[in-house]
Design a protein around this ligand. Structure first.
Ligand code: GLN
Length: 490
């Protein structure tokens, strides 16, 4: 097996035994990227020199016998809405095309300190608004399983990079599904941690009450390694939690005996792909076979998640994006007066989806509409949260789908934003309630595309997600799901 085909855990073991050097590992991913990136287009910015310098440093530290993180020398790709000090961070927006942050986001700082070589910054929907990576202002990313299809979004570049063997691990952000949905479309494990489990400091905000960073990985063990590294309280993010960080890796082998699992009735409707429903039911049967108690469960308010999420996300985004005025970031151009300057900068700097959300968000925050829309959405959000509290008074886990269908074709839905929004129905309730969820591959369907299933747990119970997800992975054979055939190298 080539180094770029290995999981993070396999690389970590080889590195620990000094059977390979961090420079060799990094070079393998860089070479692989050289041959498949022209077709896949996962990266906005590649940082080979930074990666190799970090790898050399790790090799020196190891030669000196220093104690190192298990991820030392394991390279990382980072979504381009997560700040990297000294490395351009664009959010896939013209507005930030030349923005170079002065410091790292906390998650990036932790990864760099642990000795993870930074391979580059990955493509996304502009400001993380979207579900296909087609809203990038620069170029769309393609799904390594089928280059005519989208990789999902908004963390589509991160998912495509890992699925194509261009990185063993990646960081994404998940406001309303942007880690889990591309994970499902690309056959990966994607984890959205509990709100507050991982610091948001240095993430460019979309909707601050929903944003979380999380790993995209080939296996549950790899996701556990990266979550262990990035989780924890951070004085730079007052919403980060002081709850102790659990032993996620230790949870992997604990099995599911005695766990109570709610099978989400709302995730099994006739309009979903029958093969997706079949995959969810297979997962339920596998959990049951291994000693879990599975029961169908209905959550009366989660069907309103689409309206609530898109309204609140737009409201928060319109406020967060107010800082892009053409002075502080990018595009300061001469104009007759200040209003003309704002409107020119924002008119030219933002793409159509971002403008749509700013308009919607500003509209619902107006005094005349605030009560009827914004406050009403907050009330329904509270009901959705209560649905989860009720569910977790009876169940340890909820099992359901990630998406109603597998990866769609590039351009297929671009003219119909509502069709794209509707595809998010299974991944929006969790963020509104602040609970953690994991998407994991459940095999492939007849067209050869990967299909995912989703597990959700009570706040700060990521351990139980890892227990059940690892068991399902073992049932599937324990190996990562890889694109067949692999994307053709040039
Ligand atoms: N698809 C959702 C949206 O467009 C989620 C985005 C995200 O999680 N960043 O808002």
């Amino acid at each position: 097996m080539k180094l770029y085909e290995m999981t993070a855990l396999e690389l970590s073991r080889l590195l620990g035994k000094k059977e390979v050097s961090a420079v060799e590992v990094t070079q393998s991913f860089l070479e692989r990227t050289g041959s498949v990136e022209p077709q896949v287009q996962a990266y906005i910015t590649q940082t080979p020199e930074i990666a190799l310098a970090a790898a050399e440093m790790v090799d020196k530290q190891r030669a000196r016998g220093e104690a190192l993180s298990p991820l030392a020398g394991v390279p990382l790709a980072v979504k381009d809405n997560i700040c990297t000090g000294g490395v351009r961070t664009t959010c896939a927006s013209r507005f930030m095309e030349e923005y170079i942050p002065p410091t790292d986001a906390t998650v990036v700082m932790k990864a760099r300190r642990a000795g993870m070589p930074l391979l580059g910054k990955t493509n996304l929907d502009e400001f993380a608004m979207g579900s296909s990576t087609e809203n990038s202002a620069f170029f769309p990313t393609r799904n390594p399983w089928d280059l005519q299809r989208v990789p999902g979004g908004s963390s589509g570049g991160s998912a495509a990079a890992v699925a194509a063997g261009m990185a063993p691990l990646a960081l994404g952000t998940d406001t309303g599904g942007s880690v889990r949905q591309p994970a499902a479309f690309c056959g990966l494990v994607g984890l959205r941690p509990t709100y507050g489990r991982v610091s948001r400091a240095g993430l460019v905000p979309l909707a601050s009450s929903l944003d979380q960073a999380g790993p995209l990985a080939l296996t549950t063990a790899d996701a556990a390694l990266l979550l262990s590294l990035i989780a924890g309280e951070d004085r730079l993010d007052p919403t980060s939690s002081a709850a102790p960080v659990d032993d996620y890796t230790g949870a992997l082998s604990q099995g599911v005996r005695g766990l109570k699992v709610g099978l989400l009735a709302e995730h099994l409707p006739p309009e979903f792909d029958s093969e997706i429903i079949a995959a969810v039911r297979r997962a339920a049967a596998a959990l049951e076979k291994n000693g879990a108690i599975v029961e169908e469960h209905a959550m009366p308010h989660i069907s309103s998640s689409l309206e609530v999420y898109y309204l609140l996300c737009a409201a928060e985004a319109s406020s967060n994006l107010g800082r892009f005025d053409g002075l502080r970031y990018g595009r300061s151009e001469s104009a007759e007066n200040v209003t003309a300057m704002y409107s020119r900068a924002r008119g030219e700097g933002f793409g159509p989806e971002v403008k749509r959300r700013i308009l919607l968000g500003t509209a619902v925050l107006r005094e005349s509409r605030y009560e009827r829309y914004f406050l009403q959405a907050q009330r329904v959000r509270a009901l959705i949260r209560r649905d989860f509290e009720d569910a977790f008074s009876r169940f340890d886990l909820l099992l359901g789908a990630v998406t109603p269908s597998t990866a769609f074709k590039l351009g297929e839905k671009i003219e119909d934003p509502l069709a794209i929004y509707r595809g998010d129905i299974c991944i929006l309730p969790g963020p509104l309630a602040g609970v953690p969820s994991i998407a994991l591959p459940a095999g492939t369907v007849s067209g050869g595309l990967p299909v995912g299933v989703q597990l959700t747990a009570a706040p700060f119970n990521e351990r139980v997600l890892f227990r059940a997800a690892h068991l399902l992975e073992q049932e599937r054979g324990g190996r990562p799901l890889r694109p067949q055939p692999a994307p053709p190298a040039l």
